[in-house]
Design a protein. Structure first.
Length: 379
């Protein structure tokens, strides 16, 4: 009987559908060890998955991504009880969800109990640039010694390959959303009625995400302010999301005297679906992002995407496709030109084409890949 330990921070709602099918596999014994309190995981995961909180210290740290002029607040975990918890479970496979100290502990335990180690990674080339020298050294150490790798998205696979991880030992999952939910919303919402209700007129640019510096909304506002009066008279921008940086963003918009930018705050998924349905263009200006699931959501509605080159979703979904264009949000001239061109001549919405791109980017695909990994490495 394979015994598998998954070690991660917590299980968010977009990971629960990936792990839930594992509970129905006969002969599989697995436990998810979370470094954050159980309450940080989604309710569905707490109720249905074998999650065990492993005690440790979690403290915030700031990673400075100097190349793009943004800082990222993260939580670093110092695993105090992880080694004892793992040895008590005695798995024959440990899947560790980071490339840092926690995975080093997992490697030590694996050596002691004779288990195999899989590194679970979401890091991509553009987000990995900001890591310190000690972090880079530890990553090289772990990648050279891991038995296999679980990469979330093709850009994450490329990052592992940059450390010479063997391609045959990399299992690539999908960074997915609930495609069925969003596509059903796109099918049933009356676009014209919704635009009337929301007061949308002309070309509507939509941005969605947490209001934090690394999402690049400030770069959008600067590029938007540089548009001509003619464009401002026929186009508007809606920013959906909440966060610590929202007050700053509103201040920037006020200082730039932007009258056609609306901050809509946080929205529930059904409310957000109405914005996707009513908008004309989706802008994703993130400066650091291992993926960006809002891009998947917008594509379910067929929205053309202006996608930052620094995000995994842009690299994995948009680049080389007809779904949109990839640009540098730190290049003010390029950003402004993209907005000008699409304001004057908006590309058509293409739900069928976008949904075809997303067909294999699903929870089901990720769950199948994890099962393949377990069969190949643990059995």
């Amino acid at each position: 009987m394979p015994k598998v330990a998954f070690v991660t921070n917590f299980i968010p709602i977009y990971r629960f559908p990936v792990f839930e099918p594992l509970t129905g596999i006969s002969g599989l014994d697995f436990v998810i060890f979370s470094s954050m309190p159980l309450s940080d995981s989604c309710r569905e995961a707490i109720a249905n998955l074998p999650i065990k909180h492993t005690m440790g210290l979690n403290f915030p740290r700031i990673t400075k991504h100097r190349g793009v002029g943004a800082s990222q607040k993260e939580f670093a975990s110092l695993p105090l009880n992880l080694a004892l918890d793992l040895m008590g479970f005695r798995p024959n496979l440990i899947v560790s969800g980071d490339l840092g100290v926690r995975s080093f502990v997992c490697w030590c335990v694996a050596r002691i109990i004779g288990a195999r180690l899989v590194l679970w990674s979401e890091e991509i080339m553009t987000s990995g640039v900001g890591r310190s020298r000690p972090q880079q050294w530890l990553r090289r150490f772990l990648i050279r010694r891991a038995d296999a790798f679980l990469a979330w998205g093709t850009p994450a696979t490329a990052y592992l390959k940059s450390f010479n991880a063997p391609n045959a030992r990399i299992f690539t999952c999908a960074q997915a959303v609930d495609n069925d939910f969003w596509i059903e919303q796109a099918r049933t919402i009356d676009r014209e009625e919704t635009r009337t209700r929301l007061g949308f007129q002309g070309v509507v640019f939509l941005l969605v995400g947490r209001a934090v510096q690394l999402k690049g909304f400030q770069n959008f506002l600067a590029a938007w302010a540089g548009q001509s009066a003619a464009i401002h008279s026929k186009a508007s921008a809606i920013i959906v999301g909440d966060g610590d940086y929202l007050v700053d963003l509103k201040g920037i918009a006020e200082d730039l005297n932007l009258k056609n930018v609306v901050f809509a705050g946080a929205r529930t998924p059904p409310e957000l679906a109405r914005f996707y349905a009513a908008a004309d263009i989706f802008v994703f200006p993130s400066l650091v992002d291992v993926w960006g699931l809002v891009v998947n959501e917008a594509m379910c509605f067929g929205l053309p995407i202006l996608a930052s080159k620094y995000a995994g979703a842009s690299q994995g979904l948009i680049a080389g496709s007809a779904a949109g264009i990839v640009f540098d949000p730190n290049d003010a001239e390029e950003f402004a030109e993209c907005l000008r061109a699409w304001s004057e001549s908006p590309p058509r919405r293409a739900p069928k084409e976008c949904q075809e791109i997303l067909a294999d980017i699903s929870f089901k695909r990720s769950s199948e890949v994890i099962q393949q990994l377990i069969e190949a490495v643990a059995c």
